[in-house]
Ligand binder design. Sequence first.
Ligand code: AMP
Length: 371
Amino acid sequence: MKIAVLGGGQLAMMLAGAGKPLGDSFTFLDPNPESCAASSGELLVAEYTDLAVLHSLAENSVVATFEFENVAVDAVINLQQQLPVHPPVKALSVCQDRLPEKLLLQQLGIPLAEFMEVNTRADLLEAVANIGYPAVLKTRRLGYDGKGQAALRGAEDMERAWHKLGDYELVLEAFVPFDAECSIIAARDQNGCVVCWPLSRNIHLQGVLAVSMAPWFADELQQQAEDLVNRLLEHFDYVGVITLELFLKDGQLLANEIAPRVHNSGHLSIEGSSCSQFENHIRAISGREVKTPVAKGFSLMLNWLGSIPEHGELVNVDGVYLHNYGKQPRAGRKLGHTTLCAADREGLLQLLDLFRNLEHPSISAAMASLN
Ligand code: AMP
């Protein structure tokens, strides 16, 4: 089947990696001529809003999807008039704005931190008076990986935060002193069948994912997370993979964000699961049945931001899987990841220990959390 993907980054590349063995071929649309998915299919270099290019993309494809949530909704609506697009555009548009996203979570009874809409300095004062410190001020749109955010630890941070973000539509949310961060990834096919991967434990550095580990949590928490993500899937009559990022506090899950797409915390499903998030996304959007993913032991993913440490002989070790996206290095850029897979947690610790002498913040973060 010919599949169109809006976006040509590493998620698109990994979608193609899963789809090709199923016999699918891929066309990517991305304004960046150096998109790393170029080696996995045909790359159309154009703006997402280029109607002529959208038309030719639609003519040459059977179904379309997107790899990131900030793709222009208008482009997706345009495409949808020409061929089926999954996941649903309404999920995309809700996830592009933190305010409707939070209101939906509230409507569906999914717990989340207290929040208030902020458009003026007076709104901010009122929101702080209600929510208290510490709190996080966030832009409603185009904020991801900790961008467009300012921490408010106390009244002394107010001016700096307003100076930084006051020109935008905002939300203030209570800071959650979480015990852990985690995410549940689920896939729903066109028959409404839902499968979930094990809830993964995530560590962020400066707001960006550095490490994911799964399975990590007890069944009870898994059930709690599956129940929450199912409400979203039902609400949207969703098709494809969805991710719900969560905070864990005192045994309870609080939603942070919804990503209507495959997710960085699910990269470990490529080797750590009988069916990856990428394969099930392709299966769902192309009208195939999703497969039940079964964890192959325990996995840990190290995200390589800014640089990929020289792996040397480590690439030959059983259970070590390096993915280099082939991108030009730049500070903070996601360049690749390595997944470690072992039969048990002990084995996973032993594999991680092999990375002890390589210098990278993701390794230090993983070591610190496991020791
Ligand atoms: P976001 O872009 O909203 O997913 O935020 C990126 C990261 O910042 C999260 O994964 C958390 O580590 C941190 N963060 C964001 N919002 C909060 C919050 N309300 N309380 C505590 N940490 C937060």
